[in-house]
Design a protein around this ligand. Structure first.
Ligand code: 8YV
Length: 319
């Protein structure tokens, strides 16, 4: 039987590329340069499956006609870069990779939280630039973490993994907002009625809701004004959840103490006004970036497209 033609839009871990090359008629992006819109369009027209990532914009226009692909096997849990309604209308199945990146992303949220609280980025910059004059009692004092209150916005898999780390690892009180009632947690946590309620009490606010749709600018000027001046905002979800302009203004006005950001609205562009600040920690979208996790994500995509080509329901179908 002829192997399905599969186009992979970016470099993937070698183990996963080898498995793809074995099972499919696979085309890889050896140079790892993001595909242009016309190249994505050609991929959809020429392959049975296209395997995109967050760096590919798959808007409605790409699904307008002349499509051969039956499935988009997205490498990643978030899929707000794909217009899934347009994909579904064009008869294309879309899958994602939930579960396998939960721990890595939660670990990175904690990395940002600790770096913000303990001024780790500032300290490292000072030392590397040769400006450290030595220990002194008042040097780079930050914010205590243990025993504080973590506020989670979006208590799904990753939100719960962050909350669990904060509760068991740092003895923190956990409050959260989720649009659904969340039960069966194995640690103490209080579900509050609104995002604003969480912002009003949390020392650290960590975002774990999907991007796009109703969540665009969920954290806007009004909501930032509700944060406590000693509090930090952590975002490992999607850049569009936070109004970056409003965040910069709120930091200027000291409405919050700082922010730890792994995601940005127009990646890889990050506003200079954020890059120049000492009260923000910024990382280049590293949430799931461990070797183990990236391999597991790739294998999950393979599982999804394999099931699809066998005529069965892919386990992680989102459209
Ligand atoms: C990925 C992510 O690196 O899975 C996600 O939603 O944000 C990251 O873990 C990236 O999105 C891959 O497409």
């Amino acid at each position: 039987m002829k192997k399905p033609k599969v186009i992979v839009t970016r470099r993937w871990p070698l183990e996963v590329e080898a498995r793809l090359a074995d099972a499919f008629d696979a085309t890889f992006n050896r140079d790892d340069i993001p595909l242009e819109q016309d190249e994505l369009s050609a991929a959809l027209a020429g392959a049975d499956a296209v395997l995109p990532t967050v760096s590919d914009r798959l808007g409605a226009r790409l699904f307008e006609g002349g499509i051969k692909a039956g499935i988009l096997g997205n490498f990643g849990v978030g899929y707000n870069h794909i217009d899934i309604a347009a994909a579904a209308a064009a008869g294309i199945v879309v899958t994602n990779t939930p579960g396998v990146l939960t721990d890595a992303t939660a670990d990175l949220a904690l990395t940002l939280l600790l770096m913000c609280a303990r001024r780790a980025g500032e300290g490292e910059r000072e030392l590397r630039s040769g400006k450290w004059s030595g220990w002194r009692p008042t040097h780079l004092c930050g914010t205590h973490v243990t025993g504080k209150t973590i506020g989670i916005v979006g208590m799904g898999r990753i939100g719960q993994a962050v909350a669990r780390r904060c509760h068991f690892g740092f003895g923190m009180d956990v409050v959260f907002f989720d649009q659904f009632a969340v039960t069966g947690l194995d640690f103490r946590a209080r579900q509050l009625g609104t995002v604003d309620d969480v912002l009003a009490v949390a020392d650290f606010v960590s975002l774990h809701c999907p991007g796009g749709g109703e969540n665009v600018h969920l954290i806007n000027a009004e909501r930032l004004a509700r944060m406590r001046p000693e509090a930090f905002l952590i975002n490992t979800a999607r850049g569009d959840v936070v109004d970056e302009v409003a965040l910069i203004e709120a930091l200027d006005a000291r409405q919050l103490a700082g922010a730890g950001l792994d995601v940005f609205k127009f990646e890889p562009q990050v506003p200079m006004a954020l890059r120049e600040r000492d009260d923000v920690v910024i990382l280049p979208h590293l949430g799931s970036a461990t070797n183990e996790t990236r391999i597991a994500m790739g294998m999950k995509v393979i599982e999804n497209i394999t099931t699809f080509f066998e005529g069965r329901q892919p386990p992680d179908r989102v459209a």
